[in-house]
Design a protein around this ligand. Structure first.
Ligand code: APR
Ligand code: PHB
Length: 389
C-alpha cells in the first residue's frame, strides 16, 4: 500500500490534518490503535477558539459546532468571595465556542467517512520506519498479519503516549516538562449550568471551574490531591466541595444531580523540540501537553494541523520545501505561548502546597490586577481567545 502522508492517530490532530490534506488534494491514510468508539468515549475539554472553528468550517465539518455550540463573549474569575467578569469580546472582538472535543472528533470522523477516505482502526504495533531517509514506511499488524505502507511523509498525531515521538533517537530530541502537584477531578451531570459563562475560581480550599456542554449539561472540576481516587469522591462530597469553593450567589444557585461521568486527570506542561525528524512530523499531544486551565490542548492540535497541512500543500503544489522546513519553528512559536499562558493561568488559580500564605496573597494581587487593569485584562483575553496563526 502507498500514500502520500501516513497519519498515526485518529484523535483531533490526526483527523483534522487528514481532512485538511484531503481538501488540498493530498492523499492520506490514518492508522489508529483503538476502535472509533473507544476514541469517542474519551471525555476531554470543550472550548474552541475562533481559529479552530474556522478550520472545521474549512473542511466542511463545522455546521454542528455552529448550530449546537454555545458562543461565549466573556468568562468570570472568582476570588475573595466575589466574581469579576472578563469581557473577552470587548477586549479582543473575539469569542470562544463551548463544544465538546468528543463532538469535534465525531464531526471529523463523519466527514472522513463521507469523503470515503481510508482509516485503519485497531491497527496494532504501528511503527514508523526509515523517516530519516527519502523512503519512509509505516508497518502495523491487523488481524494477525503484518502490513506496510510506503509514504512520502509520516505525521505523528498519536498523542502523548504514542509511538512516533518514542521512535526518535534520544539525542535528536529535547523535552521540557513541569508536573503540577495536584489533579482535576471532573464530573459531567445533566443539570443546567450554574451560570451562562464559565467561572474560574481561586479559593483557599483549591481551584474550581464551572463549565458546560449545553444548556442542560454541566461540566464541573475541582482541584484535588494527585493521590486521590474517584471512589473517595461520591457525588455528595463533590457537590459539597464545589459549593464551598464558589461565591455565595453561585453556591446558592448550583443545581446538583447524579454524575454521568467522573474522572481525575493529572496536570502537566510538556514540550518536545523539534517537531520534525527528517520525514516525520509531530502534531498535537504527541509533541506537547498543557494543563487544562484555559483549554488550549485541542486548539493547539488544530493550529499544528493547520501549519502542517499548509506545509504539505506547498510541497506538492509548488514543489517547495520551505513550509516543511519551517513547520517546527512556526508551530513551536505558537505552542510555547500557549504553554506559557496555560502555566500562568494554572499558577494564578490553584492552591500550591509549597508557596504558603505569601503565594496566596500574590495570586489575589494578580487577580485583582488582571480584572482591573485594561492592559492586563486585554493580555488575558487575547491569549484566552487564541493568538493568531
Ligand atoms: N498507534 C496508533 N495510534 C495510536 C498509537 C499508536 N501507537 N498511540 C496512540 N494512538 C492514538 C490514540 O489512540 C488516540 O486516538 O492516537 C490518538 C491521539 O489522540 P489524542 O490523544 O486525542 O491527541 P491529539 O489528536 O493530539 O489531540 C489533542 O486531545 O488529549 C487531548 O487535551 C488534548 O485536546 C487535546 C487533544
Ligand atoms: C471544559 O469545558 O471542559 C473546559 C473549559 C475550559 C477549561 C477547561 C475545560 O479551561
Amino acid at each position: 500500500m502507498r500514500t502520500k502522508v501516513a497519519i498515526i492517530g485518529a484523535g483531533p490532530a490526526g483527523l483534522l490534518l487528514g481532512q485538511l490534506l484531503h481538501t488540498y488534494g493530498v492523499d492520506n491514510l490514518i492508522l489508529e490503535r483503538h476502535t472509533g468508539e473507544y476514541v469517542l468515549d474519551r471525555i476531554r475539554a470543550g472550548l474552541l477558539e475562533e481559529g479552530t472553528v474556522a478550520l472545521l468550517d474549512e473542511v466542511g465539518a463545522g455546521s454542528r459546532a455552529h448550530a449546537e455550540g454555545l458562543v461565549h463573549e466573556g468568562i468570570e474569575l472568582a476570588f475573595g468571595g466575589r466574581r469579576h467578569r472578563v469581557d473577552l469580546k470587548g477586549a479582543t472582538g473575539k469569542t470562544v465556542t463551548i463544544y465538546g472535543q468528543t463532538e469535534v472528533t465525531l464531526d471529523l470522523m463523519n466527514a472522513r467517512r463521507d469523503a470515503g477516505l481510508a482509516s485503519i482502526y485497531e491497527a496494532a504495533d504501528v511503527t514508523p520506519l526509515d523517516f530519516d531517509t527519502d523512503h519512509p514506511r509505516v508497518s502495523y499488524v491487523k488481524d494477525g498479519a503484518t502490513h506496510e505502507i510506503a509514504c512520502d511523509f509520516i505525521a505523528g498525531c498519536d498523542g502523548f503516549h504514542g509511538i512516533s515521538r518514542a521512535s526518535v533517537k534520544p539525542s535528536a530530541i529535547e523535552t521540557f516538562e513541569r508536573i503540577y502537584p495536584f489533579g482535576w477531578l471532573g464530573i459531567l451531570s445533566d443539570t443546567p449550568p450554574v451560570s451562562h459563562e464559565l467561572i474560574y475560581s481561586n479559593h483557599p480550599r483549591g481551584f474550581a471551574l464551572c463549565t458546560m456542554r449545553s444548556a442542560r449539561r454541566s461540566r464541573y472540576y475541582v482541584q484535588c490531591p494527585l493521590e486521590d481516587h474517584i471512589d473517595q469522591w461520591p457525588d455528595d462530597r463533590f457537590w459539597d466541595e464545589l459549593k464551598r469553593r464558589l461565591d455565595d450567589e453561585a453556591a446558592g444557585k448550583l443545581v446538583t444531580g447524579p454524575s454521568i461521568e467522573k474522572s481525575i486527570a493529572p496536570l502537566r506542561s510538556f514540550v518536545a523540540e523539534p517537531m520534525r525528524f527528517g520525514r516525520m512530523f509531530l502534531a498535537g499531544d504527541a509533541a506537547h501537553i498543557v494543563p487544562p486551565t484555559g483549554a488550549k490542548g485541542l486548539n493547539l492540535a488544530a493550529s499544528d494541523a493547520h501549519y502542517l497541512a499548509r506545509a504539505f500543500r506547498e510541497y506538492y503544489d509548488e514543489s517547495s520545501s520551505a513550509g516543511i522546513d519551517h513547520y517546527s519553528e512556526k508551530a513551536l512559536s505558537r505552542v510555547w505561548k500557549a504553554v506559557r499562558f496555560s502555566w500562568w493561568m494554572t499558577s494564578m488559580l490553584h492552591k500550591f502546597p509549597d508557596t504558603g500564605t505569601f503565594g496566596a496573597r500574590i495570586q489575589l494581587a494578580e487577580l485583582d490586577y488582571v480584572t482591573h487593569s485594561n492592559a492586563a485584562t486585554t493580555s488575558l483575553a487575547e491569549n484566552y481567545v487564541g493568538l493568531p496563526y
